[in-house]
Structures are given as structure tokens and as C-alpha cells.
Write a protein that binds this ligand. Structure first.
Ligand code: PMT
Length: 221
């Protein structure tokens, strides 16, 4: 029986990359595979939660028992999250959301011209910061993907975005993105814990157990 503190709770999770279109054939994206977010979705279902996964483009199968909403851009992901967040108890932002999008998306393929060119970029909206601001009662777990100063950035992202918990990870060609394993540095109000290198599934289970502790129970079932 699903007896833990997550049983019956509604969890919304973002996962994967976003694609920011330049024109009908080109986009800006990143190396996220979605694995960390999908592993969290499976771990939350195993703990008895009801999970909605808002996913950028990935090649992964939807974990059993998870409702997936497919999106492309950061703006699509923002809108899809806001449409389901009212019913949620927990929000997990594992997606690698683009911080900038092309200022304009050309209706037709951009033609090559003589000489160099440059791109104007516009800031996207921060999904997890908006969720935390508009729904301060939610438990929010964010990530911090960094190539340097990971621990300090994880602490400052938690405070700046007013999140319940942040899991920091080092990203780069040899780390985190797309791989089966990862290592995390988890921070919350009044505590920190390192989760050593392990499979994303094992780390997701440890993160769910830490969230359950903070919510005042165990993960169950
Ligand atoms: O997908 P995998 O290949 O398994 O790789 C996993 C991962 C490295 C992508 C994952 O573990 C991870 O770190 N995800 C967050 C990546 C990221 O964009 O981090 P960030 O430090 O730029 O953003 C901080 C937090 O704000 C994240 O929770 C992010 O989802 C959220 N955010 C960021 C920008 C934005 N516009 N909206 C957001 O919600």
C-alpha cells in the first residue's frame, strides 16, 4: 500500500530540453536527454504520487502511470505548467529550459547572405520562479546545472528563486547530460547533503526520500 507522505499527492515535473525556433528549420537547444526528470517521475509514482510530466523533446518512453504533456519551447513549457499547477502539491523543475530565445522567429527559412550575421536573443520566463512566487504553499524542487562553483550556485539559486530544495549538478561533456548516472549536491532551508555518483534512478529515489522527509514523513509506499 502507498502509505508514505507522497501517496495521493499531485506532482508536476518538467524534463528534457526546450527548442527555441529561429525559423521553420532551425532551433537553439541543449544536451538534456530528459533522463533525470523521467527517473523522478517514475520514483514519484513508485511512492504513490500522481504525476504529470511536462516534457521537452526526448527519445524516452513515458514511465508507467505517468501522464505526459509534450512541449517544444520554453514558452510552451511555461504555459503547460501553469495550466496544471493549480491542482499540484509538488513541483519539480528538472528541465533544461532555455534562458533566451531568438527575439524573432522568421516565418520562412532565413537565407544565407554575404558576410557574418548575429542573433538577437530575448529572455524567457523562469518557470520554477513563477511557480514558487504564485504558489508559495507548493513544495518546489529545482536543479542547478553548473560548470563551475556548483555548490555556491545551488545555494544562491534556492534563495533567489525561493525554492524549497535545490539539487545541484556539474554539467559538461563528461557530466550529467544524457548519461545514465549523475551526482547531486542537495540544499534546503537549514540542511545540505551530497548524493554520490549513482544511476539517475537511484538518485531520483534518494531525492524523493529527502523531499518526503522535508514534507514530514517517509516516501513510502
Ligand atoms: O536531462 P538529463 O540528460 O538527464 O540531464 C539532467 C540535467 C542536467 C538536465 C538536470 O539534472 C538538471 O540540472 N536540470 C536543470 C537544468 C537547468 O536548466 O538548470 P539551471 O541552473 O539553468 O536552472 C535552474 C532551475 O530553474 C532548474 O530547475 C530549471 O528547470 C529552472 N528553470 C530555468 C530557466 C527557466 N526559464 N525556467 C525554469 O524553470
Amino acid at each position: 500500500p502507498a502509505s508514505g507522505v507522497l501517496a495521493g499527492r499531485q506532482v508536476v515535473i518538467t524534463a528534457g530540453p526546450t527548442r527555441e525556433a529561429l525559423d521553420p528549420v532551425r532551433f537553439i537547444t541543449n544536451h538534456s536527454s530528459g533522463r533525470m526528470g523521467y527517473a523522478l517521475a517514475a520514483a514519484c509514482v513508485a511512492a504513490g504520487a500522481r504525476v504529470t510530466l511536462v516534457s521537452g523533446p526526448t527519445t524516452l518512453e513515458v514511465p508507467a502511470g505517468v501522464e505526459r504533456i509534450d512541449v517544444q519551447s520554453a514558452a510552451d513549457m511555461h504555459a503547460a505548467v501553469m495550466a496544471v499547477i493549480d491542482a499540484a502539491d509538488i513541483f519539480i523543475g528538472a528541465a533544461a529550459v532555455a534562458d533566451y530565445r531568438p527575439a524573432t522567429t522568421a516565418a520562412d527559412k532565413i537565407k544565407k547572405a554575404e558576410g557574418d550575421t548575429s542573433l538577437a536573443l530575448t529572455r524567457t520566463r523562469d518557470i520554477i520562479a513563477d511557480v514558487a512566487r504564485e504558489h508559495p504553499q507548493l513544495f518546489t524542487l529545482g536543479f542547478a546545472a553548473e560548470t563551475t562553483n556548483m555548490e555556491a550556485s545551488a545555494r544562491s539559486k534556492r534563495e533567489r528563486k525561493k525554492l524549497s530544495m535545490v539539487a545541484g549538478n556539474v554539467v559538461g561533456p563528461e557530466h550529467a547530460f544524457g548519461r545514465d548516472d549523475n551526482a547531486l549536491f542537495v540544499v534546503w532551508d537549514g540542511g545540505e547533503q551530497e548524493l554520490a555518483q549513482a544511476s539517475k534512478q537511484a538518485l531520483a529515489e534518494q531525492l524523493v526520500a529527502l523531499m518526503a522527509q522535508r514534507l514530514g514523513g517517509d516516501a513510502g509506499p
